[in-house]
Design a binder for this molecule. Structure first.
Ligand code: APR
Length: 314
C-alpha cells in the first residue's frame, strides 16, 4: 500500500513541529508549505537528514506552492500571523484586525487545499481557532465532517498534565475532557474527570481542582508569558493525535471543534465537543448529559465564539 500523505501549511513553530512528530511516528509522508521561500524547503530537508539517525522511513519535502500537496489524506492548517507588536507603530493589532488578517490567509490556503486535494480532511490549528474553522469550511466548500478544529486535544492535554502533576500519578491514568471554544472561556469538566476510573474529586481538594481548571484556561497565556510567543510542542502533539486518528481510522474520541447542527442546542456554530475521529473525519458527535452549571458555562463559551465569528461578516 502506498504511504499516506499529510500536508502541513505554515512551516512556523507549530507547523514544523507537527511535521516532526508525524515523521517520528512514521505516520505518513509530509509536505510542508509556507509562503516564505526557502523556509519550508530548508526545514523539510533538515528533518529528512535526521532520518538515518532516527530511522524513519517516510519522506518530507517543503514547498511554497501546492502542486506537491495533491491528493493529501489530511491537511493541517497552521498558517497565520500571531498577535505581536507592529515594529513600526509599536501597537498591537486589535482583535478584529487580527481576525480579518487570518481570515484572508486561512481562506486563501483553504481554497488551494480544496483545489489540489478535493477529498482531504482539513484540521485547523490557526487562531482564533473556532472562527478559522468557519473560514475553512466556507472557502473549501467541504462538508463539515471534513473540516475539524484542533482545540480540545490541546486543552485536555494541559488539563491532564496539571492533574497528574498535582497527584503524582502517570498522565496515562488521567482521563478528562475540556469542551467549548478554544479560548479562556473553555469548559473543563471535573465531573467527567477521573484517575483510572476514580472520580478526581475523591482524590483532590476542590480548591486545588479549581486552581487547575483556571490554569488550564490560561494554559496558552502561561506559555506566552514565559517565552514571549505562543506554544508549539503541545499544540502540535494534540494536532498529530487527531491526524493519526484519521489516517489510521482509529475512531478515537477526541474533543474537537466541530460544526454543530442542533447538538448541545447550537446551530451552525463551531465549538469544542467530544467527537469520534476516523477515516471520514468527524464520524459522530457525542452528546453529553451536562448539568445546568456546565451548560451555562458552555453557553458563555459559545457566545464568545459567536462574537468572533460575527467579525468574519459571513
Ligand atoms: N500561506 C502559507 N503559510 C503562511 C501564510 C500563507 N498565506 N501566511 C503566513 N504563513 C506562515 C508564516 O510564514 C509562518 O511560517 O505561517 C507560519 C506561522 O508560524 P508562526 O508565526 O511560527 O506561528 P505558530 O506559533 O506556528 O502558530 C501558528 O497556530 O496555535 C496557532 O495561534 C497560533 O494561529 C497560530 C498558528
Amino acid at each position: 500500500m502506498a504511504r499516506q500523505k499529510v500536508t502541513v501549511v505554515g512551516a512556523g513553530n507549530v507547523g514544523a513541529t507537527c511535521a516532526h512528530w508525524i515523521v517520528s511516528k512514521e505516520l505518513a509522508d509530509v509536505v510542508l508549505v509556507d509562503i516564505v521561500e526557502g523556509v519550508p524547503q530548508g526545514k523539510a530537508l533538515d528533518l529528512l537528514e535526521a532520518a538515518p539517525v532516527m530511522k524513519f522511513d517516510v519522506n518530507v519535502v517543503g514547498a511554497t506552492s501546492y502542486e506537491a500537496t495533491a491528493d493529501s489524506d489530511v491537511v493541517v492548517i497552521t498558517a497565520g500571523v500571531p498577535r505581536k507588536k507592529d515594529p513600526v507603530t509599536g501597537k498591537f493589532p486589535s482583535r478584529d484586525e487580527l481576525v480579518k488578517t487570518n481570515q484572508k490567509i486561512v481562506g486563501e490556503v483553504a481554497r488551494q487545499v480544496a483545489r489540489y486535494s478535493p477529498n482531504t480532511i482539513i484540521i485547523i490549528v490557526s487562531n482564533p481557532l473556532d472562527a478559522m474553522c468557519h473560514v475553512a469550511l466556507k472557502e473549501s466548500g467541504f462538508p463539515s465532517e471534513r473540516v475539524i478544529g484542533q482545540a480540545g486535544a490541546l486543552d485536555t492535554a494541559r488539563y491532564k498534565t496539571f492533574i497528574a502533576q498535582e497527584l503524582g500519578v502517570s498522565v496515562r491514568d488521567v482521563h478528562g475532557i475540556v469542551l467549548g471554544g478554544h479560548g479562556d472561556t473553555m469548559v473543563p469538566l471535573p465531573r467527567h474527570t477521573s484517575v483510572a476510573g476514580i472520580p478526581v474529586r475523591e482524590l483532590m481538594a476542590e480548591d486545588k481542582l479549581q486552581a487547575i481548571i483556571q490554569r488550564t484556561r490560561n494554559g496558552g497565556g502561561e506559555i506566552v508569558g514565559l517565552i514571549g510567543v505562543s506554544a508549539w510542542y503541545a499544540p502540535s502533539a494534540g494536532t498529530v493525535e487527531m491526524v493519526e486518528a484519521v489516517l489510521r481510522d482509529q475512531k478515537r474520541v477526541i474533543p474537537s471543534a466541530v460544526l454543530l447542527n442542533g447538538e448541545y442546542g447550537y446551530n451552525g456554530l463551531y465549538i469544542g465537543v467530544p467527537a469520534v475521529l476516523g477515516a471520514k473525519g468527524i464520524e459522530k458527535v457525542i452528546t453529553m448529559d451536562l448539568n445546568d452549571e456546565e451548560k451555562t458555562m458552555l453557553d458563555v463559551s459559545a457566545k464568545a465564539v459567536q462574537d468572533v465569528v460575527n467579525i468574519l461578516g459571513y
